[in-house]
Design a protein. Structure first.
Length: 88
C-alpha cells in the first residue's frame, strides 16, 4: 500500500526544519488518504469483489444460490417501486 509509506516519517532526521517538513508532508498525505472517499470506496469494492470470487471458487453452488437470491431481491424491489409509481 503506497499511501502508508507516504504517511511514515523516517527516523534519524536531525535537522528540525527538515523533520518538520517531512512530518507536515506525512500528515497531509494521511489526511488526503482519509478524505479521498472515491478511492477508499473503490478499494473496498475491490476487496469485496475478491472475497466474492474466492467464495465462488470454494462454494460454487452456494454462490449461485446467493446470486439468485440477490437477483430476486433486486427484481422484487424494482417491481415494487414500479407498482408504487404507476399506482394512482
Amino acid at each position: 500500500m503506497s499511501s502508508e509509506s507516504k504517511t511514515v516519517v523516517p527516523s534519524g532526521i536531525t535537522d528540525p526544519v527538515e523533520r518538520a517538513r517531512i512530518e507536515l508532508k506525512a500528515a497531509l498525505a494521511a489526511i488526503e488518504s482519509k478524505a479521498n472517499f472515491p478511492a477508499r470506496a473503490a478499494e473496498a469494492t475491490g476487496r469485496r469483489a475478491d472475497e466474492a470470487r474466492r467464495f465462488a471458487r470454494r462454494e460454487p453452488v452456494a454462490a449461485a444460490i446467493v446470486a439468485a437470491g440477490v437477483a430476486v431481491g433486486i427484481g422484487t424491489a424494482v417491481w415494487g417501486m414500479a407498482k408504487l409509481i404507476t399506482k394512482k
